[in-house]
Design a protein. Structure first.
Length: 226
């Protein structure tokens, strides 16, 4: 199956293209969970099929994901995904092309995010506000032009639209982001033929749920930003 980076009896690591949903409730719309179930069923006819979602990427976003092929593997990977300590947790890194520039060029963003519902954007809330969850990421600059900046992002939490919202709230929306982008960022993207959101999950590492060995996967850190 195209997109599979690694597979064994317990996990599948997949390079998701932009535009494909991880899961969907819309009738007739393809999603990655269903495609992987069909793949496993074809490879092992007659066996019980299980595909467990461990973490997600927004539908427009490209990048690496790991799926579990058993409830036990899903539980262990989920535990790692919830751990903030890098030594014992799952590492998820992204690159993001933004309009504007974060200053200083290296730092950490902390917010309380309130998730949106279907068709509703997430928003920054206040500590103690109903539904507000602590959210954090660290970033470092990889390069910049006169109007744009390329960032490496490491997630410390996994909130709804977290990277997109936190960067946009600092006046640095991700290029190609139709939901959280500013008018200026959208105009720049249009002028430079940027069609897809410039956010890509390029690095994923975790310990194998069966034997604890370190698994490390990386994608090429490129996309159009200018």
């Amino acid at each position: 199956m195209s997109g599979i980076v690694y597979e064994d009896r317990s996990i599948i690591v997949y390079h998701k293209p932009p535009g494909l949903a991880v899961q969907t409730s819309r009738a007739g719309e393809a999603d990655l969970e269903h495609e992987l179930k069909c793949h496993v069923a074809k490879e092992a006819p007659g066996e019980k099929i299980f595909i467990g979602v461990v973490h997600r990427l927004d539908q427009p976003v490209e990048g690496l994901l790991v799926f579990a092929k058993s409830p036990k593997a899903q539980a262990e990977l989920g535990r790692q995904a919830a751990v903030k300590d890098e030594a014992g947790g799952m590492v998820k890194e992204y690159i993001a092309g933004v309009y504007g520039a974060l200053e200083p060029p290296e730092g950490r963003l902390e917010d309380h995010i309130i998730a949106g519902g279907k068709g509703i954007s997430a928003r920054i809330g206040s500590p103690g506000e109903a539904g507000a969850k602590a959210s954090a990421l660290s970033y470092s600059e990889l390069g910049r032009s006169e109007e744009t900046q390329l960032l490496r992002i490491r997630l410390e939490s996994g909130r709804h639209h977290q990277i997109r919202l936190q960067l946009s709230s600092r006046g640095c929306p991700i290029l190609g982001d139709r939901r959280y982008g500013s008018d200026a960022a959208k105009a720049y993207a249009e002028a430079h033929s940027i069609r897809n959101i410039q956010l890509k999950a390029v690095h994923l590492s975790f310990r194998h749920p069966d034997d604890g060995r370190m698994m490390d996967f990386r994608l090429e850190e490129t996309f159009q930003t200018t």
